[in-house]
Design a binder for this molecule. Structure first.
Ligand SMILES: Cc1cc2nc3c(=O)[nH]c(=O)nc-3n(C[C@H](O)[C@H](O)[C@H](O)COP(=O)(O)OP(=O)(O)OC[C@H]3O[C@@H](n4cnc5c(N)ncnc54)[C@H](O)[C@@H]3O)c2cc1C
Length: 193
């Protein structure tokens, strides 16, 4: 299970979004107008607010996460740090192989390589990195349905669900909603009903 912690969020986010909406009409607006604007897809007003998380996830998920081009990242260095954790798949056969791969890497770090960065070539995609990720509210809003989708990789889905829960708690007007529309989805390849 990936680790997710909300580190920072724009404190006066709703006033800021209302202010942005107010600029459009040159008059003050309330929360209802914000709600309607979001429903209408007027999402640029969300870009004025941001949230930062500390995450621990596998290289596999990190690769997928960095495909989302509007996020900012600071990632644990494989040159400066020895990586000690890996994502457990729950599949006994795979997890025992992963233990062996991590042991090969540890052996290279301790006995073979002058620098850890070279030993890191041996790491499996399950090896876990720690990172800070910052995104504006629009980036998070558009990321969530893609990675909470049942077709997304399980580890990434669990992480996106944790992120959504934390955002919904801190900014309910924007994020306390159903991001999945499985009933209306037309994706034929989905094996989940
Ligand atoms: C279930 C699933 C399976 C996937 N499988 C694969 C795969 O097999 N291979 C693979 O390569 N990728 C795969 N992806 C990754 C996917 O193609 C996207 O790269 C990733 O989801 C990032 O989302 P995004 O491109 O919509 O935009 P983001 O980078 O998150 O940006 C958000 C939005 O900004 C806009 N935007 C950003 N950049 C541009 C641009 N240059 N031009 C125009 N509009 C832009 C778009 O509207 C975009 O939706 C998969 C994703 C999912 C969720």
């Amino acid at each position: 299970m990936p680790k997710v912690e909300l580190i920072a969020i724009t404190p006066n986010y709703i006033q800021l979004i209302q202010r942005a909406m107010g600029e459009c009409y040159q008059r003050p607006v309330g929360e209802k107008t914000v709600k309607k604007a979001i429903q209408a897809g007027h999402l640029s007003v969300l870009e004025h607010c941001s949230a930062t998380f500390e995450i621990q996830c596998s290289i596999s998920v990190l690769l997928q996460l960095t495909r989302h081009r509007h996020f900012s990242f600071t990632v644990q260095s494989s040159r400066g740090c020895e990586l000690t954790h890996f994502h457990k798949t729950g599949i006994e056969f795979l997890d025992s192989l992963l233990i062996e791969h991590m042991a090969d890497y540890k052996y290279a770090v301790e006995d073979g390589c002058k620098n850890k960065e070279d030993a890191a070539y041996l790491l499996p995609k399950a090896a876990e990195y720690k990172l800070l990720i910052t995104g504006n509210f629009r980036a998070w809003y558009e990321y969530l349905p893609k990675r909470m989708c049942k077709r997304a990789q399980k580890e990434h889905r669990q992480m996106a669900e944790q992120i959504q829960k934390l955002l919904a708690k801190s900014a309910p007007e924007i994020f306390d909603r159903d991001f999945m529309n499985c009933d209306r989805c037309t994706e034929k390849s989905c094996s989940f009903s």
